[in-house]
Design a protein around this ligand. Structure first.
Ligand code: IMP
Ligand code: MG
Length: 183
């Protein structure tokens, strides 16, 4: 692993701050229609979804309960293992409540599938998912996000909360990481 500077390690910008802001406004409008009378629990999947979650929540024009769950897939590789460890569970009991899961990215889909099953076992009134990015060519299981920011090709991306080995989360845009950083 060779983390140097943003200028060295980022191949190209996939989505700028401006593009992200515009897309978030569109998603927030749709969610406001769907949830205005439902008083949902909006759950952030830490850490990757953190930027998306906060920016999205501030645009929602209805009452929400904010909650956070911290999960980690094993290892520091650029490949998802699908094995999810709960580092910190939610505070709120979701039984009988409408739940909106906010996730950063679907790659193989294994993480989201696992989380949806976990949430379903707690018997909420409904569960929907909003995912910022979707590598739709990479799914290894049947999983779809109810709402999606952008569909992207099979490239490893960082920034706007997304990391490689916990680095690059603070970049304000989505950038493609040069393969030599993780190969
Ligand atoms: P999945 O289980 O293969 O769908 O992987 C989902 C998780 O892997 C996400 O929540 C991310 O933490 C991580 N991940 C997958 N692709 C990327 C990427 O391109 N950049 C950063 N993290 C990624
Ligand atoms: Mg991650």
């Amino acid at each position: 692993m060779r983390i140097t500077t943003e200028k060295n390690d980022i191949d190209s910008v996939l989505f700028s701050e401006e593009q992200i802001r515009t897309r978030l406004e569109q998603i927030a409008e749709v969610l406001t229609e769907e949830y205005r009378d439902k008083n949902p629990i909006v759950v952030c999947i830490l850490k990757g979804a953190s930027f998306f979650y906060v920016d999205l929540c501030r645009k929602l024009r209805f009452p929400i309960f904010m909650d956070f769950i911290s999960v980690s897939s094993y290892g520091a590789s650029a490949q998802s293992s699908g094995v999810v460890r709960i580092v910190k569970d939610m505070d709120k009991n979701i039984t009988g409540r409408h739940v909106l899961i906010v996730e950063d990215i679907i790659d193989s889909g294994l993480t989201l599938k696992y989380l949806k099953e976990l949430f379903a076992s707690r018997k909420p009134a409904s569960i929907k998912t909003v995912c910022f990015l979707d590598k739709s060519d990479c799914h290894q299981c049947e999983v779809v996000a109810d709402y999606c920011g952008f569909s992207i090709p099979n490239r490893f991306v960082v920034g706007y909360g997304l990391d490689y080995s916990d680095y690059y989360r603070n970049l304000p845009y989505i950038g493609v990481l040069k393969p030599e950083v993780y190969e």
